[in-house]
Design a protein around this ligand. Structure first.
Ligand code: PDD
Length: 284
């Protein structure tokens, strides 16, 4: 631990500081990614790095690095830090420039920062989580993995204060996603999840899970579902880089799936673990 990538270079964390005129610091003017590392290897690394560049493009930020260049640097960081199991956090901001809402001139370079964090692996079959429902008060470009996370933070804090793990957000009764995850339900064996529109972040875990469904004959539809449908669903699950595939067994105090992990969620957890092992090696 203790290393940080600042633009093209790996430095000691203690040698790096944030400029108070970094637009990420002042405006949240930037984008980020979180990539999981198992056995010292990136899980779905290219998908995450491509999404980082897609997010940058959507906020009209020009990035002077390719996916391949970022991947090389990030792998060096993992090796220098000796990271086995954990995450890489990375962000791109629109650079350092005197504060004004208008974008700075094109000679101001974005600032790329990445560092690792160790997270012990908690096992293949995650225990059931608890959720609350909450209004989705965020902006209408949730497909961008933007540094502006206040809506998400307020939702997650409300969940934490209710003793729960995740806030399940909805717009006028239609479930969008969790505060830092995607949410799916299972009804009569079919998985249902919000389509990848501007109202959700198209999670990499979500995409990997849907591919596993397609490859293993688990029926799924990308359609919005209501809070009522969710409360009476056979199974509810949430997915993200940190929670992988995890069942939600209690929402707003009401039990889901009799408080057990349902069969489709169990199958998806198994398939997801196999996918991790295929990409990164054994996780026993
Ligand atoms: N969050 N939706 C939101 C709003 C998220 O913040 C995240 C991830 C996801 C799931 O995306 P993925 O499967 O690519 O991790 C969905 C990350 C982990 C975070 O902010 O820490």
């Amino acid at each position: 631990m203790g290393k940080i990538i600042l633009n093209g270079e790996i430095k000691n964390r203690s040698d790096v500081s944030v400029d108070i005129e970094d637009r990420g610091y002042q405006f949240g003017d930037g984008v980020y990614e979180v990539i999981r590392v198992y056995n010292g290897k990136l899980f779905a690394g290219e998908m995450h790095l491509n999404r980082l560049l897609d997010s940058a493009k959507l906020i009209q930020m020009k990035v002077p690095f390719t996916v391949a260049e970022m991947e090389t640097r990030v792998k060096e960081l993992i090796s220098e830090d000796g990271l086995q199991d954990g995450i890489i956090y990375m962000q791109l901001t629109r650079g350092v420039s005197p504060r004004t809402h208008v974008f700075p001139s094109s000679d101001v370079e974005p600032v790329f920062v990445a560092y690792t964090k160790e997270i012990p692996y908690t096992g293949k079959m995650k225990p059931g989580a608890k959720g609350i429902t909450t209004d989705d008060i965020r902006w209408l470009r949730c497909n961008i993995k933007s540094l502006n996370l206040l809506g998400n933070l307020l939702a997650k804090q409300a969940a934490a204060e209710a003793g729960c793990d995740e806030a399940i957000q909805h717009r006028d009764g239609l479930v969008t996603e969790g505060s830092s995850s995607n949410v799916s339900i299972v009804v009569d064996g079919t998985l249902k999840t919000h389509p990848a529109t501007n109202l959700i972040l198209n999670g990499i875990t979500r995409q990997v899970m849907l591919k596993l469904c397609a490859d293993h004959g688990i029926p799924y539809v990308e359609e919005p579902f209501t809070v009522e449908e969710m409360m009476t669903a056979d199974e509810v699950l949430y997915t993200s880089t940190s929670v992988e595939v995890t069942p939600i067994i209690n929402i707003d105090g009401g039990m889901i799936a009799a408080g057990e992990t349902g069969p489709v969620t169990k199958k998806l957890q198994q398939l997801f673990s196999q996918e991790i092992e295929r990409q990164c090696g054994s996780i026993d």
